[in-house]
Design a protein around this ligand. Sequence first.
Ligand code: FES
Length: 105
Amino acid sequence: MDIYKIYVRGEAREATAPAHRTLLDAASAAGLPVMVGCKGGGCGVCKILIVDGQVEHGMYAKSALSDDERGAGYVLACQARPISDVTIDFSTEDGRRKPEVECIL
Ligand code: FES
C-alpha cells in the first residue's frame, strides 16, 4: 500500500495518508484543521489548495469546484486522494487563512 506525506505550507505540521484515504480523513486524523460540510463533494466547504504534489480528484459537483478552481490547484479534501506526497495551503482564494475549525467525522 502506498503511503504519502501531507505537508502544510508554511507550517511544521504534517500528516500521513495511505493512498486510499481522502485528504480530509488523513488531515483530520492528524489534527490538521480542514473545514468540512457535506463530505460528499457537493458543497465546496473543504476546498484547499494543493501547492505541490498530485491527487485523484474523485467525484464532486462542478458547483463545489469549478474547472477554473481545479485548474488553479484547488481540490475538495473530502474527495481528493493523494497519489504522491502533497503540500497543501489552507489560505482562501483571496489570500486569507481559513478559520481553524475542527473536523466533524
Ligand atoms: S465537505 Fe462538502 S464538498 Fe467536501
